[in-house]
Design a protein around this ligand. Structure first.
Ligand code: SF4
Length: 192
Protein backbone atom coordinates (compact mmCIF):
# COMPACT_ATOMS: atom_id res chain seq x y z
CA UNK A 1 0.00 0.00 0.00
CA UNK A 2 1.28 3.42 -0.93
CA UNK A 3 2.85 5.56 1.81
CA UNK A 4 0.82 8.54 0.52
CA UNK A 5 -2.41 6.93 1.75
CA UNK A 6 -1.05 6.70 5.27
CA UNK A 7 0.12 10.31 5.10
CA UNK A 8 -3.23 11.44 3.73
CA UNK A 9 -4.99 9.60 6.55
CA UNK A 10 -2.90 11.55 9.08
CA UNK A 11 -3.81 14.78 7.28
CA UNK A 12 -7.52 13.91 7.53
CA UNK A 13 -7.15 13.26 11.27
CA UNK A 14 -5.27 16.53 11.66
CA UNK A 15 -7.74 18.56 9.62
CA UNK A 16 -10.62 17.19 11.67
CA UNK A 17 -8.89 18.31 14.88
CA UNK A 18 -8.50 21.80 13.44
CA UNK A 19 -12.12 21.97 12.27
CA UNK A 20 -13.54 20.68 15.52
CA UNK A 21 -11.24 22.54 17.95
CA UNK A 22 -13.81 25.24 18.79
CA UNK A 23 -16.33 22.58 19.82
CA UNK A 24 -13.88 20.35 21.67
CA UNK A 25 -12.92 23.26 23.94
CA UNK A 26 -16.09 22.47 25.88
CA UNK A 27 -15.24 18.77 26.29
CA UNK A 28 -15.12 17.33 29.80
CA UNK A 29 -13.16 14.22 28.74
CA UNK A 30 -10.12 13.39 30.85
CA UNK A 31 -7.28 10.90 30.45
CA UNK A 32 -8.26 7.58 32.02
CA UNK A 33 -12.02 8.03 31.59
CA UNK A 34 -12.28 5.46 28.77
CA UNK A 35 -16.08 5.15 28.76
CA UNK A 36 -15.92 5.13 24.95
CA UNK A 37 -13.33 2.33 25.02
CA UNK A 38 -15.30 0.04 27.30
CA UNK A 39 -18.51 0.35 25.34
CA UNK A 40 -16.74 -0.60 22.09
CA UNK A 41 -19.86 -1.44 20.10
CA UNK A 42 -19.28 1.44 17.70
CA UNK A 43 -15.50 1.30 17.30
CA UNK A 44 -15.68 0.85 13.56
CA UNK A 45 -12.53 1.25 11.48
CA UNK A 46 -11.42 1.03 7.87
CA UNK A 47 -8.92 -1.52 6.53
CA UNK A 48 -6.47 1.36 6.03
CA UNK A 49 -6.57 2.13 9.74
CA UNK A 50 -6.60 -1.61 10.48
CA UNK A 51 -3.42 -2.38 8.56
CA UNK A 52 -1.56 0.31 10.52
CA UNK A 53 -2.77 -1.24 13.79
CA UNK A 54 -2.02 -4.76 12.50
CA UNK A 55 1.54 -3.74 11.68
CA UNK A 56 1.98 -2.19 15.13
CA UNK A 57 0.71 -5.40 16.74
CA UNK A 58 3.45 -7.33 14.93
CA UNK A 59 6.02 -5.27 16.87
CA UNK A 60 4.53 -6.14 20.29
CA UNK A 61 6.63 -8.37 22.52
CA UNK A 62 5.26 -11.48 24.18
CA UNK A 63 3.18 -11.96 26.26
CA UNK A 64 1.47 -8.72 25.15
CA UNK A 65 1.11 -9.88 21.54
CA UNK A 66 -0.71 -13.09 22.53
CA UNK A 67 -2.81 -11.27 25.12
CA UNK A 68 -4.04 -8.73 22.57
CA UNK A 69 -4.83 -11.47 20.04
CA UNK A 70 -6.82 -13.36 22.67
CA UNK A 71 -8.67 -10.18 23.70
CA UNK A 72 -9.49 -9.41 20.06
CA UNK A 73 -10.83 -12.94 19.53
CA UNK A 74 -12.99 -12.52 22.67
CA UNK A 75 -14.14 -9.10 21.43
CA UNK A 76 -15.09 -10.61 18.08
CA UNK A 77 -17.13 -13.37 19.71
CA UNK A 78 -18.85 -10.91 22.02
CA UNK A 79 -19.61 -8.62 19.13
CA UNK A 80 -21.04 -11.54 17.14
CA UNK A 81 -23.35 -12.18 20.10
CA UNK A 82 -24.16 -8.43 20.17
CA UNK A 83 -22.49 -8.07 23.59
CA UNK A 84 -20.46 -4.92 24.23
CA UNK A 85 -17.08 -5.25 25.90
CA UNK A 86 -13.86 -3.52 26.76
CA UNK A 87 -11.56 -2.69 23.81
CA UNK A 88 -8.66 -5.09 23.39
CA UNK A 89 -6.20 -2.17 23.38
CA UNK A 90 -7.28 -0.63 26.67
CA UNK A 91 -4.67 -0.94 29.41
CA UNK A 92 -5.45 -1.59 33.09
CA UNK A 93 -4.86 2.09 33.84
CA UNK A 94 -7.49 2.92 31.18
CA UNK A 95 -5.04 4.38 28.68
CA UNK A 96 -4.68 3.17 25.11
CA UNK A 97 -1.82 0.92 23.95
CA UNK A 98 -2.09 2.28 20.41
CA UNK A 99 -3.02 5.88 21.27
CA UNK A 100 -0.80 7.49 18.61
CA UNK A 101 -2.37 5.40 15.84
CA UNK A 102 -5.91 5.02 17.26
CA UNK A 103 -8.57 4.99 14.55
CA UNK A 104 -10.86 7.90 13.73
CA UNK A 105 -13.74 6.35 15.74
CA UNK A 106 -11.62 6.97 18.84
CA UNK A 107 -10.55 10.45 17.76
CA UNK A 108 -13.77 12.25 17.01
CA UNK A 109 -15.83 11.33 20.04
CA UNK A 110 -15.94 13.66 23.05
CA UNK A 111 -18.61 14.84 25.43
CA UNK A 112 -19.56 18.23 26.83
CA UNK A 113 -21.28 16.51 29.79
CA UNK A 114 -20.02 13.70 32.03
CA UNK A 115 -21.38 10.51 30.49
CA UNK A 116 -22.11 8.68 33.79
CA UNK A 117 -23.29 5.60 31.95
CA UNK A 118 -25.18 7.42 29.21
CA UNK A 119 -24.14 8.37 25.67
CA UNK A 120 -21.67 11.23 25.09
CA UNK A 121 -23.12 14.69 24.35
CA UNK A 122 -21.53 15.99 21.15
CA UNK A 123 -22.20 19.18 19.14
CA UNK A 124 -24.28 18.44 16.07
CA UNK A 125 -21.80 20.36 13.88
CA UNK A 126 -18.94 18.18 15.17
CA UNK A 127 -20.97 15.07 14.46
CA UNK A 128 -21.51 16.24 10.88
CA UNK A 129 -17.81 17.03 10.50
CA UNK A 130 -17.00 13.54 11.80
CA UNK A 131 -19.40 11.91 9.33
CA UNK A 132 -17.78 13.88 6.54
CA UNK A 133 -14.31 12.77 7.65
CA UNK A 134 -15.41 9.12 7.80
CA UNK A 135 -16.60 9.45 4.22
CA UNK A 136 -13.23 10.93 3.17
CA UNK A 137 -11.34 8.10 4.91
CA UNK A 138 -13.51 5.54 3.13
CA UNK A 139 -12.88 7.29 -0.21
CA UNK A 140 -9.15 7.21 0.51
CA UNK A 141 -9.41 3.49 1.31
CA UNK A 142 -11.44 2.74 -1.81
CA UNK A 143 -10.05 -0.83 -2.11
CA UNK A 144 -11.01 -1.55 1.49
CA UNK A 145 -13.83 -2.22 3.92
CA UNK A 146 -15.27 -0.77 7.12
CA UNK A 147 -16.52 -2.56 10.20
CA UNK A 148 -15.94 -3.29 13.85
CA UNK A 149 -12.27 -3.13 14.87
CA UNK A 150 -12.20 -6.83 15.85
CA UNK A 151 -13.69 -7.87 12.49
CA UNK A 152 -11.33 -5.74 10.38
CA UNK A 153 -8.28 -6.97 12.32
CA UNK A 154 -9.50 -10.55 11.93
CA UNK A 155 -9.81 -9.99 8.18
CA UNK A 156 -6.28 -8.58 8.08
CA UNK A 157 -5.01 -11.66 9.93
CA UNK A 158 -5.90 -13.62 6.80
CA UNK A 159 -2.59 -13.63 4.91
CA UNK A 160 -4.18 -14.05 1.49
CA UNK A 161 -6.47 -11.08 2.03
CA UNK A 162 -3.72 -8.96 3.57
CA UNK A 163 -1.33 -9.53 0.67
CA UNK A 164 -4.05 -8.78 -1.88
CA UNK A 165 -4.99 -5.59 -0.03
CA UNK A 166 -1.38 -4.45 0.30
CA UNK A 167 -0.89 -4.97 -3.45
CA UNK A 168 -3.81 -2.59 -4.02
CA UNK A 169 -6.11 -5.28 -5.39
CA UNK A 170 -9.84 -5.25 -4.83
CA UNK A 171 -11.80 -8.50 -4.87
CA UNK A 172 -14.92 -8.41 -2.64
CA UNK A 173 -15.92 -11.92 -3.75
CA UNK A 174 -12.97 -13.30 -1.76
CA UNK A 175 -14.41 -12.02 1.52
CA UNK A 176 -18.09 -12.08 0.59
CA UNK A 177 -19.14 -14.61 3.24
CA UNK A 178 -17.19 -13.01 6.11
CA UNK A 179 -18.22 -9.53 4.94
CA UNK A 180 -21.93 -10.38 4.83
CA UNK A 181 -21.99 -12.31 8.09
CA UNK A 182 -20.13 -9.53 9.92
CA UNK A 183 -21.89 -6.55 8.36
CA UNK A 184 -18.79 -5.09 6.72
CA UNK A 185 -19.27 -2.18 4.33
CA UNK A 186 -17.44 -1.90 1.02
CA UNK A 187 -15.84 1.54 1.25
CA UNK A 188 -16.23 2.44 -2.42
CA UNK A 189 -19.98 1.83 -2.28
CA UNK A 190 -20.70 3.65 1.01
CA UNK A 191 -18.52 6.70 0.36
CA UNK A 192 -19.62 7.54 -3.17
S1 SF4 B 1 -8.24 1.77 20.29
FE1 SF4 B 1 -7.59 2.86 22.14
S2 SF4 B 1 -8.82 4.77 22.15
FE2 SF4 B 1 -9.81 3.32 20.73
S3 SF4 B 1 -11.38 2.22 21.94
FE3 SF4 B 1 -9.48 0.99 22.00
S4 SF4 B 1 -8.40 1.65 23.89
FE4 SF4 B 1 -9.93 3.21 23.39
Amino acid sequence: MKIEKREKLKELYHQYEIDVAKFKKAAVCIKGCANCCIDVGNIDITTLEGIIIHERMATFEEPLKSEIKARLAKNKMEREKKVLSRCAFLKKDKTCIIYDIRPFSCRWLYSVKKCDGSSPTVHRQALNLAKNTVKKIQQLDSIGYSGHISYILSLLDNEEFRKLYLRGKFNPQKIAHFGRSHGLSINRTVSS
